[in-house]
Design a protein around this ligand. Structure first.
Ligand code: ADP
Ligand code: MG
Ligand code: MG
Ligand code: MG
Length: 396
């Protein structure tokens, strides 16, 4: 079927032509309810409920959903499907199951997470079950283990490089929106509030900062360590009680492991900027993430299996893992700082700032995020352990 943009009634029709999916829903199509829940920037998402079960249907649009004059290739849905397939066995049950991908409609049909809530929303409403970040740490360790050169023969990594090399449109978004635009005047950056303008101008004239950002640009584009989720913010996670799931892998690319870690921690830290009284909760989540990530990473990668470190014995491997984790922590620190800055003054800012009730407190929260982000980017090479990162974040 040639591509067209689905609405509720054409999706119902499409589903009736896919017997396996229709039988998951059960009953007759007239008994199904279909509602659109799109809240991301890029795609359309429908949830379909039937008497026997429910489905989540996500379709790419030929443009950015929230900016119809910004064209965007449909193939991002293909990369999301590939990412889900490449990581599903490793991360299960921490992601929804992909049931079907239609490569003409650029449509993913997956497990419907219900009654799950987007993590960012749950954080804002104070409805989280503390400790959720341990699942995310485990998720990153497992997805990395499944796709790294240390644990897989190099042919596996070469295939991943080839499978995701074409995801350039979304990598371009990362390069522009995270790694470049916030540090220069750019029409995509929304105008900051007047009180923040001097801070933004200072960041955009800060040469030492720009050199440090340059190093992170180089890391992002050349350190092809493992398959990244690529967009691991708190809006790409859904949770209900202790069931925590990662969604929205369309930005997948081979890259530095600290990029996924840094985006996640950056969004936690941004939440604490918007809600300063929650500094201890966020510190505990950052700690839970890092401890679970490093523990699982060590356990999974110490057995090897790849061509990288093939000559090392157990003792050497332990030392090499320590050195590797040290460099991942430094990347994490830098990318965390970048994320804090771009989500504060760039395109696609975070809702966490709505927690600030007065305009003054909102500006103060944003200023703190910019200042912290800058410190993290500049001081990343001096961070040697989690305590060092937490000290730079000054959340406690
Ligand atoms: P985008 O790429 O446009 O950001 P997302 O994959 O983040 O799209 O999905 C947008 C929204 O759709 C999510 O914030 C969530 O509310 C809902 N959603 C996405 N996947 C699922 C799912 N598997 N089950 C239930 N709801 C989902
Ligand atoms: Mg999303
Ligand atoms: Mg929702
Ligand atoms: Mg997305």
């Amino acid at each position: 079927m040639p591509y067209f943009t689905l609405d509720a009634s054409s999706l119902q029709h499409w589903l009736t032509n896919h017997a396996d999916l229709a039988s998951l829903l059960g009953g007759s199509p007239s008994a199904w309810t279909i509602r659109e829940v799109s809240d991301g920037n890029l795609n359309t998402v429908f949830l379909v409920d039937g008497p026997a079960g429910s489905l989540c249907c996500k379709q790419a649009l030929p443009h950015v959903r929230v900016a119809p004059d910004w064209p965007m290739p449909l193939e991002r849905a293909l990369y999301e499907a590939r990412y889900m397939r490449a990581t599903a066995d490793a991360v299960r049950p921490a992601a929804p199951e992909l049931y079907f991908y239609d490569d003409e409609m650029f449509l993913l049909v997956m497990e419907c997470l219900t009654p799950h809530e987007v993590l960012r929303t749950a954080l804002i409403r104070d409805e989280v079950q503390p400790g959720f970040s341990a699942v995310i740490g485990q998720y990153v360790a497992r997805s990395v283990h499944a796709t790294s050169w240390i644990s897989q023969p190099f042919e596996h990594g070469s295939k991943l490089l080839a499978d995701f090399a074409g995801n350039t449109a979304l990598t371009r978004i990362t390069v522009d929106l995270i790694l470049t635009d916030p540090f220069r005047p750019c029409s995509r950056n929304p105008a900051p509030e007047a009180d923040l303008l001097p801070d933004v101008e200072a960041l955009q004239a800060d040469k030492p900062l720009h050199r440090a950002v340059g190093n992170l640009q180089e890391r992002f584009l050349t350190a092809r360590q493992a398959l990244l989720h690529g967009d691991l913010h708190t809006g790409s996670i859904m949770q209900h009680k202790d069931d925590v799931r990662v969604i929205d892998g369309e930005f997948a690319t081979m890259g530095p492991i600290g990029f996924d870690c840094g985006l996640y921690l950056g969004n936690l830290a941004l939440h604490a900027c918007g809600a300063p009284h929650k500094g201890n909760l966020i510190t505990a989540e950052i700690t839970a993430f890092w401890n679970s990530f490093t523990a699982d990473f060590r356990t999974l990668l110490k057995t090897g299996g790849g061509d990288v470190w093939a000559l090392s014995d157990d003792v050497e491997r332990e030392e090499m893992l320590n050195t590797f984790l040290h460099s991942i922590l430094q990347d994490t620190t830098g990318f965390c700082g970048l994320e804090m800055i771009r989500r504060t003054i760039g395109f696609a800012q975070v809702a966490d700032y709505t927690l600030c009730v007065t305009p003054e407190s909102r500006t103060e929260a944003r200023r703190k995020a910019l200042k912290t982000g800058r410190t993290l980017i500049l001081a990343a090479p001096t961070v040697h352990n989690l305590e060092g990162l937490l000290n730079l974040l000054t959340l406690r």
